[in-house]
Design a protein around this ligand. Sequence first.
Ligand SMILES: NC(=O)c1ccc[n+]([C@@H]2O[C@H](COP(=O)([O-])OP(=O)(O)OC[C@H]3O[C@@H](n4cnc5c(N)ncnc54)[C@H](OP(=O)(O)O)[C@@H]3O)[C@@H](O)[C@H]2O)c1
Length: 196
Amino acid sequence: MTKKARALFDLSGKVCLVTGANRGLGRAIAIGLAEAGGDVVLACRTKDSGEAVAREIEAQGCRALVVPCDIGRWADLERLVNQAYEAFGHCDVLVNNAGITHDPLPLTNVDEAMFDRFFQVNTKGPMHLATLVAQRMAKHGGGSIVNVITFGAIKPGGYLSMYCSSKAAMRSLSRSMAEEWAPRAFASTRLRPGRS
Ligand SMILES: NC(=O)c1ccc[n+]([C@@H]2O[C@H](COP(=O)([O-])OP(=O)(O)OC[C@H]3O[C@@H](n4cnc5c(N)ncnc54)[C@H](OP(=O)(O)O)[C@@H]3O)[C@@H](O)[C@H]2O)c1
């Protein structure tokens, strides 16, 4: 990263919480945030799976904390947020990255357990985590929440119904979050919605 880009994206002193940070996009996001100077809370299903990423982050001079957590379990999310705040005192960036997808499957083969699991992990969990963190962010002067969805949430196709519909619900919730929470962040600036 150039010096100018680093100044634009400097996260020194910021704490970032990334779900599904042990592999895939989540791992890349966590390392990228640390490259920008941020300390990172890595929410992973198992502690061991996140430790290697934590070592990479620490090698860059940033702090890392691995918290085992199933995104589909609200009690896990409450413990995750408590541990993050106990360790770092604040959270400035939340990346709701963890998610599940499925192989192509006709709608007629979707059973109740599958429907529930997709909405539990891709929708309910990320929504609950965002609400827990947003309330605390508001007390500490604000922050940023990134919900990772997918193009299929906007333009769903056949045979990926559970993935697309659960992500579409998350897209809708992201809009609600922005409508409800952004005005608080912009309350004292010229960017306030409805003002030119
Ligand atoms: N890759 C793409 O092309 C693409 C495109 C559009 C959107 N996305 C979205 O981007 C995000 C990351 O995608 P990816 O390709 O990096 O996926 P991935 O390689 O399959 O990784 C998914 C991550 O989510 C975690 N995870 C799944 N269920 C979880 C649960 N119940 N609790 C906690 N963690 C859980 C996984 O943990 P484990 O290691 O324990 O399984 C893993 O860390 C997803 O939300 C996905 O829908 C990806």
